[in-house]
Design a protein around this ligand. Sequence first.
Ligand SMILES: [Zn+2]
Length: 437
Amino acid sequence: MSDLVIRGGTVVTSHSAGLADVAVTDGRISAVGPNLDGDAEQEIDASGLHVFPGGIDSHVHFNEPGRTAWETIAHGSAALAAGGYTAFVDMPLNNLPVTIDGPAFDLKLEAAKRSSIVDFGFWGGLVPGNVNRLEELAKRGVIGFKAFMCPSGIDEFPACDERTLREGMKRIAELDSILLVHAEDPAKLSDPKGTTARDFLESRPWEAELSAIHNAIAWAREAGCRLHIVHVSWAPSAALIQVARKGGADVSGETCPHYLLYSEEDLERLGGLGKCAPPFRSAGGLEAMWTSLADGWLEMVVSDHSPSTLELKQGENFLRIWGGISGCQSTRQLLLAQDRLDLQRVAALTSTNVANRFGLEHKGDVAPGYDADLWLVDLSHTDVVRREDLLYRNPFSAHEGQPIRGRTVRTLLRGQTVFAKGAVVSGSGGRVMKRPA
Ligand SMILES: [Zn+2]
């Protein structure tokens, strides 16, 4: 007898979609198939609903400890559960202290254990001067490491010069881990000529991204280091990653909804709410970004949820506005509303591929042996992103007014309902995910 059977839903995985029941025993999926026999302590009727693997957002900044006026793990993880997500991997910056050594990792782990309602993991930081601290981070179970090739916007998390990057890559290869890079080449960025959004855009051209990705791939190949390019904004960058991968480089890439939905013209409309780096690109490039997902050049869509207070997103001088977009609650619903990718591709881009690339065991599929992390969603429901529905510490977003598809009926974490009927159901049940040492 199983603990739970979810009956009659359309189960969507990265490779199939069809009517099936899902049985859960001890938090893991024990069987998937049509009309499963046997009793269960609890049954959930999912007829008319779709059952996705829980989403995994591997790029969020929940800012705790340290900048909890901007975001907290409690708010951020609740927002994820509301949007069908059951796990996140938190970035090493915007929290204080930044996650660049073991003691900082320990503080963050304690904070997440106290308040995350979904499962969680952490990226460690690679910065000048901490190459000899990477091992202690790896031993604590970081999923991998993150570095900036240009200034991060946060003084305590400086950019890596070429020497640090190459040394770090060698060390990370020895640790059998992975390096994530923010790829903009500082040599191709310029000082803005004025204080408007247009000046900001012109100071960060797409050539800077392309050049940085080119360098990062070359250096990582030389070091034998696994590489992942975060928030790819422009299809030629995605194509460069795809070509390198076909040529034998161990490199992957992600993009975010805002690089699929918005262009430079939208930045002038959105103002500070739309400021992020790399910035939005020209409208003519959006179509090719969707192609880069449909054709598998990029394997993931993540939020890069990088919130702040509303005050920091406003002001006359665009250059002084905080760069970062709040969005982690809406990633899947935004993708589904566009109806550009089939459901299996959405499951792959937001869950399966993330788990596979980053070695998240028992995550990312609806199949026996996997954690029963599930999103039960009513795809007949359409709406727009509304401020009053956002669960962030600071509930606002560049996505407000954007069409979304899919109402979350229930989000389950290891078989337990954590979100239903528009509200968080259970408290801090999230567990840490570690990369096996
Ligand atoms: Zn980020």
